[in-house]
Each structure stands twice: as structure tokens, then as C-alpha cells.
Design a protein around this ligand. Sequence first.
Ligand SMILES: C[S@@+](CC[C@H](N)C(=O)[O-])C[C@H]1O[C@@H](n2cnc3c(N)ncnc32)[C@H](O)[C@@H]1O
Length: 316
Amino acid sequence: MDAIHTPVLLEETIQLLAPRKEDEFMVDATLGEGGHSAAFLERFPTLRIAGVDADGEIQCKARERLCRFRDRMHFFIRWAEDFFNDYPPELPAPDTILFDLGISLYHYEQSKKGFSFMRDEFLDMRLDPACGKTAAELIANLSEKELADMIYANAEERYSRRIAAAVQKAKKQGPLISTAVLARVVSASVPAVYRRGPIHPATRTFQALRMAVNSEAEKLPVMLERALDKLKNGGRMGVISFHSGEDRKVKSFFREKRRDCTCPPETPICRCGGVRTVSLLTRKPVTAGKEECRKNPPSRSAKFRAVEKMYAGVNI
Ligand SMILES: C[S@@+](CC[C@H](N)C(=O)[O-])C[C@H]1O[C@@H](n2cnc3c(N)ncnc32)[C@H](O)[C@@H]1O
């Protein structure tokens, strides 16, 4: 089976996270179909990678794609936050860690787990089928207010209240378990002008549900903290995010980690006595150029931030 997901910001990621010596070790914490990993392994022949993904099905695709790299690639079906919390003792500490958040095109188009409003499937949305409630169960259990708050908090959907009211009404007819029905209910509940807008009116509701099902907002700061803890001193960590709430969390996490130092960023050695854990490699998020946005539309919303972990306040 060929990969269908095109990795976003690939050249920018390679530029900022390229190994700086032989035999480095990288963790691709959100392996997906292995697009980023394949490019890194091709470009850097002595690099080894541990690929981690919560979804075992997509990892089968990555294994097929990456088997030609043999023992340079190690696979783990785990949530990234658990992987870093319980870091496999047989692996060296990572020189590089990459997070490419969210889900893959594979999930929308081939997983049959109800991520897309474009097809009629059961509203599941769990990346790990052994973990948590399905989207259908979540909809069944949340009150109208809880649903509205969740849709607003996760996706900043301005019509969250109307949508939640319509979903609540639809639930009275029977359990809401189908993506097609949910997409219709959402579309019918929003103003016509919104229906004619640049994105499908159910886009944000589906995003919010997926995030809630997989506890993405809660997990993000935890996995960043645990990953940074395992990263080698002098190692680099990069995060690609896809919506503003996620990017805000990444930005504030990185800024928090360099908070205590008041030295100018170009100062090689911290002289103010503050403790700086990271230096920012990107002052502003890196975004896709026009050509990439044209060729790979999901890249339009991608934002990439990267940091370097410091030797006890020394920026090497
Ligand atoms: C955007 S895709 C990665 C695409 C990949 N970089 C590529 O080029 O093929 C994100 C992947 O991360 C996985 N994922 C999302 N959150 C995760 C988490 N907290 N822990 C582990 N995997 C996660 C998803 O299952 C998905 O396969």
C-alpha cells in the first residue's frame, strides 16, 4: 500500500533538526506513515530512528515503507507521553525529537474510524482502539453546555452553541453514531453564509471531537515536558502544529522553559544567574511557502517551532 500522506515542512524540518555528527539517534514521536522518518534516513545514512505512534494500524503502513532501512529503524506502538515517561532502556537518549501533531491523511481517507465528514462511518475517532470513549459515546454522554464548551475550547468554533443545541435535539431521535448524520446536523444548524464559507461547516466540530476523544489538549504539554526531559543536552526538539490553540501551547511551553534567563538571546553563556533549559531556534513559527501550500493544502495551517536543549545554561 502506498503512503498517501505528504509530510509537511519537510525541508524546513530537515534544515533545523539535521544531525550534526555521525551515528545520532532521533525519536519521531508521531511517526504516522513515516514520511519525515523516510526522508531523514535517506538523507543521513548513519542516523537511527525510533518511530512512535499510538495507532497500530498506521504503523503497519510505516513498517512497510521503512523496512528497507532495516535495523536503523525501531517501531513502538505507544502514546508519545507514555513512551517518554517509560523510555525504553535499550535506546540511547535522543539527539533529536520530532512531533508532527494531529492525524494523517490516511486517518481521514482510509482508517474507517469516522474522522471525516466526507464519508459515512461510525463515529469512533480513537487512535488507540483500547483507549477511552468513542466520539459517539462522548456525544451521547455530554450535556448541551458541555458539548458547546468542548467544541469552542478545542476548535474555537464560533457557532458552538447552535451546533450543540442541534446535536442535543438530534439525540432525541436516537443515538447519534454516524459521521454523515452529524455532518448534516451541524450544517443545518449554522447560518447559510457559514455554509458557503471556505471550509465545510462541520470541519471544526469534527476536529474538536477528535481532540476530545484522544485527549489531545491535555496530553500536549505532558508529552513535551517528558520528551524534553529525555532529550540529550545539546539535542534539538521540533514541533509541527496545525491550529492556533495547539501552537499557543507549544509556544508558551518553549518560552516557559527559557523564562528565567534575562540575557540577550545571542549571549552564549547565561550570565544573569537564571536557569535556561532551552534556546529557541525559531523566534517565529516556520510556515509553508506558497508552492508547498499549493501542492499540499494541509500544510497551509502548519506551524513549526524548534528549540535546543542547553548544557546547564550554556548555549553551545
Ligand atoms: C500528522 S501525522 C504524522 C505524519 C508523519 N510525520 C508523516 O510524514 O507520515 C500524526 C501521527 O501522530 C499520531 N499521534 C497523534 N497523537 C499522538 C500521541 N500523543 N502519541 C503518539 N502518536 C500520536 C497519529 O496517529 C498520526 O499517525
